[in-house]
Design a protein around this ligand. Structure first.
Ligand SMILES: NC(=O)c1ccc[n+]([C@@H]2O[C@H](COP(=O)([O-])OP(=O)(O)OC[C@H]3O[C@@H](n4cnc5c(N)ncnc54)[C@H](O)[C@@H]3O)[C@@H](O)[C@H]2O)c1
Length: 374
């Protein structure tokens, strides 16, 4: 067995914690050998938790001195591009948390830097590595829903109330706002499942006075996919005393599919259950739900409706584990070792960034945006 792939963690805040279980579960494949944060206390705390003693307060120094093959970047959005570009220049493979960069130019520069250095560049869109996503992908590939005609994304949270005053996610200059922080997750997921988007229309609003520098807390958009499907996106950080959801719906020619919101959201299989209603999943001999209304009854019961939904079976669906963060880090290490393109490589994810930046441009100009123009 060869040595494990050695990773340096840059940014030891909230999400870095979800990136740690892989090192305990798969020690033969990956090893965390160094950690870095500009806040010493944060770096020390995470290093202790991960049993690592090589600690840095400056990522340039880590890139020069640490015993690492690649880096896992979990820092604020405006730092992603400079860190990925520096890592590539140092010959290190780079996995970076979403969103890839703060604008299209940064994203293109990151891809070019990785190409020039010949290193693997992957964006940590962990939803692509969740077993429930993989189950849906396999179901769509088997044609169970037929052609997808429409998609819907809902993200409803009260994040503004939750984030502390002055948090960088509330600051547009640091890459804050709901679009960069949350919408990009589901936009990428739906693109992964349905296909590329060619045109978008969007509006954004800034409701809370705690947001700065044009960061938005409401984003609403329509999407036109290359294959003719249409989509809607509604994202709000101001769902005060309201629902908390982060989910998507796909409507196909033969049936419908809904991911069900599961919180707390940092569990491994991020989306948890997915329910599907399609002829392939009907019990033999049952009537399609639309034909089942009893004469004289205006409304069908919930039981009637839900009776035609089936939950996708839990399991890993061919992935190494049920934890999407673990699966994504193993995929990164495997691609870097074998010189393969990751599923969420920079060039692919550029398509998701175009959707997001297209929505922002549409919100600014009041016009639909053809993504080929970005
Ligand atoms: N996949 C998910 O579900 C998910 C969830 C939350 C956050 N994220 C993403 O993870 C990234 C980090 O988010 P977070 O919630 O952990 O933020 P955070 O503020 O909790 O942590 C960021 C850390 O990066 C450090 N940092 C900033 N600049 C640095 C630099 N130049 N060098 C080294 N360290 C630096 C900060 O000191 C901080 O400790 C973001 O891209 C965010 O969108 C992903």
């Amino acid at each position: 067995m060869s040595e494990p792939f050695k990773i340096g963690l840059i940014g030891t805040g909230g999400i870095s914690r979800a990136h740690l279980p892989v090192y305990e579960q798969f020690p033969e494949q990956v090893k965390l050998t160094a950690v870095c944060d500009i806040v010493e206390e944060a770096a020390r705390e995470r290093a202790k938790e991960a049993n690592v003693d090589d600690i840095y307060l400056d990522y340039e120094k880590m890139l020069r001195e640490a015993d690492i093959d690649g880096v896992d970047i979990c820092t604020s959005h405006h730092t992603h591009a400079p860190i990925v570009i520096a890592a590539a220049a140092a010959g290190k493979h780079a996995l970076v948390e979403k969103p890839m960069g703060n604008n299209m130019q940064e994203c293109r520069d990151m891809i070019a830097a990785a190409d020039k250095a010949g290193v693997t560049f992957m964006i940590a869109h962990m939803l692509r590595f969740s077993p429930s996503t993989e189950a849906v992908r396999q179901l769509l590939a088997a044609g169970e829903l037929g052609e997808i005609r429409a998609a819907r994304i809902d993200i409803l949270m009260n994040a503004v109330g939750r984030l502390r005053e002055g948090h960088w996610m509330l600051d547009g200059n640091a890459g804050g706002g709901i679009g960069m922080t949350n919408t990009i997750h589901e936009v990428d997921l739906v693109r992964h499942l349905v296909g590329d988007v060619k045109r978008v229309n969007g509006v954004t609003r800034t409701v809370s006075p705690r947001l700065k520098n044009n960061a938005e807390d409401i984003l609403c958009a329509t999407l036109e996919f290359e294959n003719g499907a249409v989509g809607t996106v509604l994202c709000s950080w101001c769902a005060v005393r309201g629902p908390v959801s982060q989910q998507y719906t796909l409507l196909g020619e033969k049936g419908a599919l809904h991911s069900l919101p599961v919180f707390p959201i940092y569990r491994g299989d991020h989306f948890g259950p997915v329910v599907v209603s399609s002829p392939e999943r009907d019990e033999p001999g049952t009537e399609p739900v639309m034909n089942r209304r009893e004469p004289g009854r205006q409304m069908r019961s919930m039981e009637d409706i839900m009776g035609h939904y089936h939950q996708l079976a839990p399991g890993t669906w061919g992935l190494p584990s049920d934890n999407c963060f673990t699966n994504e880090i193993l995929h990164f290490a495997e691609c870097a070792r074998e010189g393969k393109e990751p599923i969420s490589n920079g060039k692919d994810i550029l398509g998701s960034m175009k959707v997001l930046f297209g929505i922002y441009e549409s919100a600014r100009t009041g016009k639909a945006v053809d993504l080929a123009s970005l």
